[in-house]
Ligand binder design. Structure first.
Ligand SMILES: Cc1ncc(COP(=O)(O)O)c(C=O)c1O
Length: 496
C-alpha cells in the first residue's frame, strides 16, 4: 500500500491517510480479513509519527472499518461490497497460500467501479446502479444492419490496424454527427478511444503528475475520481449548486494553489443530473482562461434529454463549442444512448494538446479496433439515428414521469430528490444521520442494487445520499425495484 499525502492540504495528514485506507476498504481493494501493516510499518512507510499512525487506526476502528485482534494484528472488517465471494475467517489467514502477496506494495487507488460493478452482481438482482439503458430501448436493428453492411463493404478491415487517431471515414461521419449537435469539428481534432474512460485516462497520464492539482466538481462521476487517484494527482473537490460548478470556490482555490485542470460533466451531471447554466459555462471558460487551466468536459448524456410540457429540452451549448482557444478537451461517449458493449468514445482536442494525447493513445493501445469503426459508419450516416434518439427521449420522458410519481407518492417526505431534465440518474438525499452505505447491505439482502453516494466524493464522503439509475431495468422490473427501495428507505427513517 503506497499512501500519498499532500502536506500542503488543509486536511490533516492523519485524516488523509485514514481516508485513503477507508476508501480502499470501501471499494473492496482491501478485502475482509486483509492484514493491515502494523502501526510501526504504517508510520515508517507513510513518514508519520507512531502516535499519528496509531490515531489513524483508532479512527478507522471507530468507523467500523477495521478490527484489532490482540497479539495478531489489525484486520479489515466485513463491509458492504459485492465482491466478497470467498468469505474468509481470521483463522484461515495463515492457511492462505497467497499470503505472501501482501508483502508486495501496489500503486492502486480505490476502485469504486470494480467493487460496485453489476458485472459481479448475482443474476437475480434488480440493478439500479449501472448507468445504462435497458437493451430493449436500444437501436439493435439499426446496429445489425450497419454491421452486416460493413462486413460486406470493408472485409479487409479485419486484417488491418487502425490509424492511431481513428479511421478517416469514421472520423468524417462523427464530424457530421457533431455538426448536427451544433459542434463544428474537423477530423484532425478527433481521437477514437475505447470508451470515455480511456479518454480520461489518456488525459490524466499525459497532463497530470503526482504534484498537479485537478479541481473536480463534487459530487462527481466515481470512475473519474478513480482515474485521477490512480495517477496520484491532487484532487480538490469543488461543490456544485443549481447552476453547476461553483466559480467562487474555484477562485478561492486558485488564490492558494496552481490548478492545472478542471473536470466537469456540465450536461445532466452524474450523479445529480444538474445542468450547468449558459452563464456559468461562460464564467468557467473565463476563469480557466485567466488562470491558464485546462478543462476536461465529459459529455455522455446530451442525447438523453427529456421533454418538458411536450417540448424537447435543449441543454446549453457544450463548453467546447464556446471555447475560443483550444482550452477544452471534450470527451464524447457513446455508451449511454447507443451500446456500452461497443466501448466507443471520442476525444476532441486542438493543437499540441491534441498531438500529445494522440502520442499517449499510440503508447496505450496502438489504436482502437478498425473493424468496430468501419462497422459503425453506416449507423452514424443513417438519418434514422436521429429519429431513434427522438423516440428514445419520448420513452424516457414517460419513464421518468412514472419514477417521479412513484417516489413522490411512496417515499417519506424527509427523503429529498430534484426533478430531472435529462440523463439517467436520480440523486436521493436522506436525513444526515442515515448512511446509504449501511442500507446497501439491506438492499442486497432484498436483491436490489444501487450506488451509495459516498463513492461520488473525491474527498471526505457524505454518506446520506444514493444514486439510482432508472433506465436500466425492464418495464416490469422497474416498479418492483422501486417498491423495495421505498420500503427500505422509509424503514430506515422510521427505525433509524
Ligand atoms: C460522466 C461519465 N463519464 C464517463 C463514463 C464512462 O463512459 P464510457 O462507457 O464511455 O467509458 C460514465 C459512465 O457511467 C459517466 O457517467
Amino acid at each position: 500500500m503506497n499512501i500519498s499525502v499532500d502536506r500542503n492540504s488543509k486536511t490533516s495528514i492523519q485524516e488523509q491517510i485514514k481516508l485513503e485506507i477507508a476508501q480502499r476498504i470501501r471499494s473492496g481493494l482491501l478485502e475482509e480479513d486483509y492484514a493491515l501493516p502494523s502501526v510501526r510499518q504504517l508510520s515508517h512507510c507513510s513518514n508519520i509519527s507512531l502516535v499519528t499512525a496509531h490515531r489513524v487506526y483508532k479512527s478507522l476502528e471507530k468507523d467500523g472499518l477495521i478490527k484489532t485482534i490482540r497479539g495478531k494484528g489489525t484486520f479489515v472488517k466485513q463491509h458492504t461490497t459485492l465482491h466478497n465471494d470467498t468469505p474468509q475467517g481470521i483463522n484461515t489467514i495463515s492457511l492462505d497460500p497467497f499470503n505472501w502477496h501482501l508483502s508486495i506494495p501496489d500503486y492502486l487507488p480505490r476502485a469504486s467501479f470494480w467493487s460496485q460493478s453489476s458485472v459481479r452482481l448475482p443474476p437475480q438482482f434488480l440493478d439500479m446502479a449501472t448507468a445504462s439503458i435497458h437493451h430493449s430501448l436500444l437501436p439493435l436493428t439499426l446496429l445489425q444492419a450497419s454491421m452486416q453492411q460493413a462486413l460486406r463493404q470493408y472485409p479487409q478491415s479485419l486484417g488491418c490496424y487502425s490509424p492511431y487517431q481513428g479511421d478517416p471515414d469514421f472520423l468524417k461521419v462523427i464530424c457530421d454527427y457533431f455538426a448536427n449537435q451544433g459542434l463544428s469539428i474537423r477530423p484532425h481534432q478527433l481521437i477514437v478511444t475505447n470508451g470515455t474512460q480511456q479518454g480520461m485516462d489518456l488525459f490524466a497520464r499525459t497532463f497530470l503528475g503526482p504534484k498537479d492539482v485537478i479541481a473536480m466538481e463534487t459530487p462527481c462521476f466515481s470512475g473519474a475520481i478513480d482515474v485521477f487517484r490512480f495517477n496520484h494527482t491532487i484532487i480538490q473537490p469543488i461543490p456544485i449548486d443549481a447552476e453547476g460548478i461553483r466559480i467562487d470556490i474555484l477562485e478561492e482555490l486558485a488564490a492558494q494553489t496552481k490548478i492545472k485542470a478542471i473536470y466537469t460533466v456540465p450536461t445532466y451531471q452524474n450523479p445529480t443530473g444538474t445542468i450547468m447554466s449558459l452563464n456559468r459555462r461562460k464564467d468557467l471558460l473565463e476563469f480557466a482562461e485567466n488562470n491558464n487551466i485546462l478543462i476536461l468536459e465529459d459529455d455522455p448524456h446530451r442525447e438523453l434529454s427529456l421533454f418538458n410540457n411536450n417540448l424537447a429540452i435543449k441543454p446549453p451549448p457544450t463548453l467546447k463549442s464556446l471555447d475560443k482557444s483550444g482550452r477544452v478537451i471534450y470527451l464524447k461517449g457513446f455508451s449511454k444512448f447507443l451500446f456500452p458493449g461497443l466501448r466507443l468514445g471520442i476525444i476532441v482536442a486542438d493543437g499540441t494538446i491534441y498531438n500529445r494525447l494522440l502520442a499517449a493513445k499510440s503508447i496505450s493501445d496502438l489504436g482502437s479496433p478498425l473493424w468496430l469503426q468501419k462497422s459503425l459508419i453506416p449507423l452514424f450516416s443513417n438519418p434514422q439515428l436521429v429519429t431513434f434518439i427522438k423516440n428514445l427521449n419520448q420513452k424516457l420522458t414517460s419513464r421518468s414521469s412514472f419514477v417521479m410519481k412513484m417516489l413522490t407518492d411512496n417515499l417519506d417526505p424527509q427523503i429529498k430528490f430534484k426533478k430531472i431534465y435529462g440523463g439517467m440518474h436520480l440523486w436521493l438525499t436522506l436525513p444526515p444521520e442515515i448512511s446509504a452505505d449501511n442500507l446497501l447491505t439491506i438492499a442486497h439482502s432484498r436483491s436490489i442494487h444501487f450506488l451509495p453516494g459516498s463513492i461520488f466524493y473525491p474527498g471526505e464522503p457524505e454518506s446520506n445520499h444514493l444514486r439510482i439509475c432508472w433506465t436500466n431495468l425492464s418495464d416490469d422490473n422497474l416498479p418492483k425495484a422501486l417498491d423495495i427501495l421505498c420500503r427500505i428507505l422509509n424503514n430506515a427513517i422510521s427505525n433509524p
